[in-house]
Write a new protein. Sequence first.
Length: 663
Amino acid sequence: MKLGIKLSLIFIILSFVVALVMSITFFIQSSSIIESRIENQLESINLLKKANLNTYIQGEKLDLEILAKVISEDYKLMLDSSDFYSMELNPYHKNILEKLSLQSEFDKNFIEFSILDKQGMVFMSTIKSEVGKIKEDRDYFINAKNSTFVGPFDYDISLQIPTLIISAPIKDDNGNLLGILAGRLNLKEISNLITKREGLGETLLVNEFNLVLTDLKYFPDAAFKKKIFTDATKNCLDGKSGFIQSKDYRDVNVFVYYLWVPDRNVCLITKIDESEALKDLTRLSYIMAIIFSVIIIVVSIISLVLAKKITSSIIKLKNAALDLSQGKWKTRLNIHTKDEIENLAKTFVEMTKTLKKSRKQLESYSKSLESKVRQRTKQFEDKAKEAEDSKKATLNIMEDVEETNNKLKETERLLRINLREMKKLDKQKGEFISITSHELKTPITSIKGFVQLLSDPKIGKKSQKRKKYLGIVYREVIRLNILISDILDLSRLDLKTVKFNYEKVDLKELLDTVRKENELKANKKKIQLIVEVDKTVPKIENDRTRLLQVFTNLVVNAINYTQKGYVKITANKEKSKVHFIVEDTGIGISKQYFEKIFERFYQVDSSLTREIGGTGLGLAITKELITKMQGSIKVESIVGKGTKFHVLLPIKQKEDNFKKALS
């Protein structure tokens, strides 16, 4: 990799890392700031809602206390009057009802005003159906005897609305209790007050029974109808206040600030959806990504410019060094970077000048030294010539003797090699003649004997014996012909006169020919002759005639030594070769004979071989031919189960293989 590219990559990687670290740091800090801002906003809204709630309740409480004082005088006079129990006739009773009605019209939040006597019976009410009811066990009666009492949030079954009761004591001027004034507030206003959105988010009230007291943003009529079970409500109802991220009643991720209001026994919850709250952070992420990309692009451009500027000076130095190695002496380099590279260039120029000067001195010294060497060499040559002339005659004689001696040794070596070869050939020739004469003598003797029998006049011309003897003579003649043909093939192979005519051979067609030529013989023995050639096997470069001879030899052998079953020829492609298998279910061959069966005239069972007309040369010729074809053959067999001959032949013959096969 070039230096400029390396420098550019270093700058880009460093800027990428720095920008990435800064972006991540900024993002984390921004996230923390935004989350803190969300918490503060939610807390502020929550506290504001709490203050609004308290202010509203305190205002209504104050109004009720004022109303209790306003009606206290009329209520006392009514109690003291003689017609106390005749309400229609009592003017004070009428005054009180008018004042209560006026207050209801003035303050629409109160849906009912009622006055309870000291025993807890509703003595007077703006709702007539409430008059006469006993409320002595109610909190707003018991707790309002001394001071104003604000009841809990409740749901009025008769009115079918959520309500809150505020009660205040009615006292005379001396502070004696006369009765209780109770006002029933409609919680709709409180619900509106709490759920009114202050910016984003939602605020709601939940009581100690997980019942929501206000309408919800996504469930408008949820007040006193829906229960909420979230992490925030659980913590809040345990009396805690705080800020968390959790799921809301819709199972949506939200930021929540919750506050327990002990004097109301309610939980005030303010929340905002994460997706809504983090819009700024998402927008910030996009901006940071754009800034990050711009920084990388700018830094990449700057780094490329800087790298080019730095490397241009280094390239000049490199070129100057190359020129120096080729004998070009540069004493000037146009490098003005005002840094270490410029100093290096100056040093290089000074070094070049020094080297040039040193080279001139060396050349001068070399010329002087060469002159002295030539003079001294001339002197030595003159003296050596004198000695050479005196030794020349002697050396010539010694060289002639040595050359003659070497020739004699080489001749002796070649004679010994030839003698060994001749002895070996004589031995092979003797063995071959002995075996051949024996093999030839056997059928000739048989032919001679049966010819003499046929010449006997006692045997009729058309007798069965005559036919039998003629058949034997015919078989022996064929055997003799095969033997002579095999011997001639071996002789040609030994003399290397066998010619191979290479061509593209279709193996399916060739093996089918072998099958057809031997099918009759196989059928006579009731042996199935099978040929299987895989579709992937291509045509091969070889001598068709010699291939036919090889596989005919192997198939004939297999049929001869098989009594029942099958003989199968298969061909499959194996890389750059074709693998042939000639398999039979015959008598088999013992492992000790695997190598010997390829020797000339070797017969495992001579009697069986003669019976079937074998010569003992078929496998020897087959192996010789396969070897010439640059192939190989091997055998595997189990006695009594059958034999397999494996033949490997190349698909294509190399040019040097052609020459070797033809030699």
